[in-house]
Design a protein around this ligand. Structure first.
Ligand SMILES: [Zn+2]
Length: 783
């Protein structure tokens, strides 16, 4: 190999040919311009505002017909600086209507075989299946009808008079709908709410969600939400206070968002005593036991009972009802405040839920409160509903055992991780109220990230996905036409879980562990959570807050990981190896006063258009230079290049180096220099993390930040000085960067070393800098 000086080796990276694109440029106009509502720091601005909506709802569950009817009084507070002439409301149950659904079509192909149920669905779609919300009355408080128009899953309410800033408007809506059978997967698979029938005792579990007509969010950055509900993009709502009265069969147990106001009327004396005892227990205590639930499932009460719940400062309200439920509870203290953690589950889930559910809820609140904001609500509930879905203070989760009561480790872990995830959603997006209808990733991704941290704190060996970078590589290496950026609307995502959940969680974990560091990143994530708790952040508010609070320009990371689809694939192309020649003689060894020619005078010899015009342009002759002789002097003084003769004006320069002394030989005689060429094959820029394995078997890890790629995004060369001889070098030994091809990450074939010369640098012996050579010449000439 070529012999290099140490100085050359250090600088070669800067001389490599440029291959600069935009990977390290600012996001610029990709982000909205900061304003008085949303600042450049990512925080809510001094004029941030949001609407408030309070609900007072009475509803009744008809178990025989599986219908729900309700009557609600809505109080809308216009906190915006604008006058509103109409409201938009969400009628999410219209998702199941064959006439009022959002009609966001999916592709389908001719089947080779099918069932009558599938063909029934084609038939049903031709007419009105009777599902969806029926609005029976919409009036103001005085009972005067208000005009409304239904547009698929949304409803426009025309206000009788414009609603000015600072004013409130109260109105009433009566409605009913047929509850879907969630067990009918062909027709209603994935439904957020509905009933599930159990044929062994012919009873239903009801999960009542997205059920009452809800106000859409009106905001500074979106105006009225106008994205229809298709079942994918969830929702965004306003905060407000709820009072909800649910009339259900008298033998049902109800769990809901908020605190029950009338346990004294709804619980038996025994249950009430257990509830009071549960306020101070250390382990979950059953308020309704399995035996009692089994007994209750044997017959159906014809009487009714009304459960009254209240919840303050929530964006939604959901509930569950069944006579099949076991119910347990345990308090947990969050920053000195008691929260009742509870679970509702039937016999199918008893083996897993009675052991784990409420304990997992408590662990989740502690962990999320540590990493984001302290849990602010008085209760947190996990309901076994055979699927995962979240609402404020209440979540529905899976976790059933086999008929003999046994369960696999996989089923247990699935229950635990989904409970963590769905309970975690009370933080994101139920407290940090991002717009799920626009950005699935803003709540699912952030929540999956904290879910991952919470799982690891539950069990350090938990089989986590979405967090460890190596678990995302199968997704990242998919062909480009199967990938879309994280910054993609909820309805348009192909690989929903990998894109909006796992890739986001992994990216945040990479920021935490590899790019920013735990302490700074954890504080920044808390800062974002605190800034936007009970407010509505947009993506730019997250990106800006995390940069603002870490002191790191992360635009390159948002650009690559969130706005792009490139994967990380860094390869080690070559490793060159050299050892020092410590006995080398500098070229000018004995010549301590060699002569160095002066530089030529520094003039622009070519007369461009400006110079030509300047000579004749009268306008630029200054007042003091009116005398053209003076101007000519300035322009022509002593810079006749043809007269310059460098040999006449030598400047003595002393040699800057000499051979290494004994100390230097001892210090550097046994060093090793390695020059590595890396190429970026995947396109995504990432830090370079190197593990050196020395010939003596020891290892060392070295970290180079991603900015090493900023002047050449495709190929870089870097040289390393090592004390010991290297056997091999490996990229990303802890699998931190989601590198999709590890076959080019190790280089062990290091060739016989070349040599590089090392000299002793002499201090203060470089020529004087900053002396104008002409000045020097004039001094010599004596003028
Ligand atoms: Zn989720």
């Amino acid at each position: 190999m070529a012999v290099l000086s140490v100085v050359q080796a250090q600088n070669i990276q800067n001389n490599s040919s440029s291959n600069h694109a935009n990977k390290f440029e600012q996001l610029g106009t990709l982000l909205p311009t900061p304003n008085e509502q949303r600042t450049a720091s990512g925080a809510p601005g001094p004029k941030y505002w949001q609407q408030r909506v309070d609900y007072d709802i009475k509803c009744e569950l008809d178990e025989a017909n599986n219908t729900l009817s309700g009557s609600e009084t809505i109080t809308y507070f216009n906190n915006s600086p604008e006058t509103l002439s109409y409201f938009w409301m969400q009628l999410d149950e219209n998702q199941h209507s064959t006439v009022n659904n959002a009609n966001y079509q999916n592709q389908n192909t001719l089947p080779q075989q099918t069932t009558d149920k599938v063909l029934d669905r084609f038939e049903e779609n031709k007419g009105d299946n009777g599902y969806g919300v029926k609005i029976t009355k919409l009036t103001d408080v005085a009972g005067k009808f208000i005009k409304y128009t239904i547009n698929k899953t949304m409803m426009k309410v025309d206000l009788p008079a414009p609603l000015k800033p600072g004013q409130k408007f109260v109105f009433k809506v009566d409605w009913n709908y047929k509850i879907v059978n969630r067990g009918d997967f062909i027709r209603f698979g994935g439904a957020r709410g509905g009933y599930e029938n159990f044929s062994d005792d012919n009873n239903n579990n009801y999960t009542i969600t997205q059920w009452y007509p809800r106000l859409c969010r009106y905001s500074d950055d979106q105006g009225w939400q106008n994205h229809q509900f298709t079942g994918t993009g969830e929702f965004t709502l306003c905060f407000g206070n709820f009072k909800v009265q649910m009339t259900v069969p008298a033998d049902h147990i109800v769990g809901a968002t908020g605190e029950c106001q009338n346990y004294a009327q709804t619980l038996s004396a025994t249950q009430m005593a257990r509830w009071q005892k549960a306020q101070t227990v250390k382990e979950p205590l059953q308020i309704v036991t399995l035996d009692e639930a089994l007994e209750a499932s044997k017959q159906k009460s014809s009487r009714k009972k009304t459960w009254i719940y209240k919840a303050d400062n929530v964006r939604d309200f959901a509930w569950t009802s069944s006579r099949r439920f076991v119910w347990d509870a345990m308090p947990v203290m969050i920053e000195g405040k008691k929260v009742m953690t509870m679970s509702y589950y039937a016999k199918e889930a008893y083996p897993i839920y009675s052991r784990y559910s409420t304990k997992v809820v408590a662990h989740t609140l502690k962990s999320y409160s540590h990493f984001s904001v302290p849990y602010p609500y008085p209760v947190a509930i996990s309901v076994e509903g055979n699927q995962g879905m979240e609402y404020p203070m209440i979540s529905f989760n899976p976790g059933r055992a086999l008929p003999d009561g046994s369960y696999s480790e996989g089923a247990k872990n699935a229950a635990i991780l989904v409970i963590i995830h769905e309970v975690g959603h009370t933080f994101f997006p139920m407290i940090v109220n991002s717009d799920e209808r626009q950005w699935t990733w803003m709540d699912e991704g952030l929540n999956s990230y904290l879910q991952y941290l919470t799982q690891e704190l539950w069990d350090n060996k938990f089989p986590s996905q979405g967090g460890p970078p190596f678990t995302i590589t199968d997704y990242m290496k998919l062909p480009k036409d199967e990938l879309e950026p994280i910054m993609t609307n909820s309805e348009n995502i192909k690989n929903f879980g990998s894109n909006a959940y796992d890739k986001v969680a992994t990216g945040l974990n990479i920021l935490r562990e590899t790019i920013v560091g735990r302490e700074l990143f954890d504080n920044a994530f808390r800062e974002y959570s605190k800034r936007w708790a009970f407010k509505s952040p947009a993506p730019a508010d997250l990106f800006r807050s995390l940069e603002d609070a870490t002191g790191e320009d992360l635009d390159w990371f948002w650009r690559g990981w969130f706005y792009g689809t490139d994967a990380c694939d860094i390869s080690i192309d070559t490793v060159k190896y050299a050892v020092p020649d410590v006995t080398a003689m500098p070229n000018q060894m004995n010549d301590t006063t060699y002569y160095r020619p002066l530089a030529k005078p520094d003039v622009n010899a070519f007369e461009d258009l400006s110079k030509i015009r300047n000579k004749t342009d009268k306008r630029i002759v200054f007042e003091t230079d009116k005398d053209t002789a003076l101007r000519d002097f300035y322009w022509n003084y002593d810079r006749a290049i043809e007269k310059y003769d460098s040999t006449k004006f030598p400047v003595p320069v002393k040699a800057t180096t000499e051979p290494l002394d004994e100390e230097g030989k001892k210090k550097y005689g046994s060093k090793h220099l390695y020059e590595i060429t890396f190429s970026n094959k995947g396109g995504l820029v990432m830090p370079i993390i190197l593990e050196w394995t020395y010939k003596d078997g020891t290892k060392e890890v070295e970290r180079i930040p991603a900015q090493v790629w900023r002047k050449n995004e495709k190929k870089i060369i870097k040289t390393f000085l090592k004390d010991k001889e290297v056997a091999s070098v490996t990229l990303d030994p802890y699998k931190e960067t989601a590198d999709i091809d590890e076959s080019n990450n190790t280089f062990g074939d290091i060739k016989t070393p070349g040599k590089f010369k090392v000299f002793k640098q002499k201090q203060n012996m470089t020529p004087q800098q900053g002396i104008n050579p002409m000045q020097k010449a004039k001094e010599k000439k004596g003028f």
